[in-house]
Design a protein around this ligand. Structure first.
Ligand code: GAR
Length: 197
């Protein structure tokens, strides 16, 4: 069995899209691939309800309860450990997970740690991507799925989606257009990485 462990901080709509695609495409029966767990650093992350209602194990690891990033990351590793062993390494998927991970964490999961970022990387790493794209006068925007490396929002690109920027866009309308595409490319990029499509 290949387990996917998804880390979220909020709505979890990308996580839900991955779970729904896995279900629709029968990843479990066809490929023995499962979304095994959802871990949130926020107790009230909306995505936790979706995960629970779909029978997925959930964990909350509140970053505020840890003295430093190293201890927080170590607690997350402990939870991920429950869903993998030496013969079955998990795929660790960041889906709107808004914490910076330590290099030790990133290196531990090298090649099997993926992220989605709401910009056309390498443009606009970091926060407030949609407003920055509008401020820069971009005519297109988009999202990027990439392997995670220690440098934030860098790493080999696995997939991108492009959307137009409309003249009356706000950061919110642009974010919504980009998010629709995120829901399409993230499950596909994961399937490709796992060689199940
Ligand atoms: C998504 O737009 C994702 O790309 C972004 O947060 C949103 C999470 O939405 N991620 C980042 O900004 C990471 N730096 P979701 O919780 O509904 O999936």
């Amino acid at each position: 069995m290949k387990n996917i462990v998804i880390l979220i901080s909020g709505n979890g709509s990308n996580m839900a899209a991955i779970v729904q695609t896995a279900h629709l495409e029968h990843w479990a029966t066809q490929w023995d691939v499962h979304v095994a767990a959802v871990i949130s650093n926020k107790t009230d992350a909306k995505g936790l309800d979706f995960a629970r209602s779909h029978g997925i194990a959930t964990e909350v690891v509140n970053h505020k309860a840890y003295a430093n990033r190293e201890n927080f990351d170590a607690a997350i590793v402990q939870h991920i450990n429950k869903f993998e062993d030496a013969n079955h390494p998990a795929l660790v998927v960041l889906a709107g997970f808004m914490r910076i991970l330590t290099p030790d964490f990133v290196n531990r999961y090298a090649g099997r740690l993926v992220n989605i970022h709401p910009s056309l990387l390498p443009a606009f790493p970091g926060l407030h991507t949609h407003q920055r794209a509008l401020d820069a006068g971009c005519k297109v925007a988009g999202a990027t799925v990439h392997l995670v490396t220690p440098e934030i929002d860098h790493g080999p690109i696995l997939a991108q989606a492009i959307v137009p920027v409309l003249s009356d866009d706000t950061a919110d309308t642009l974010a919504a257009r980009v998010l629709t595409q995120e829901h399409l490319i993230y499950p596909r990029a994961i399937a490709k990485l796992l060689q199940i499509s």
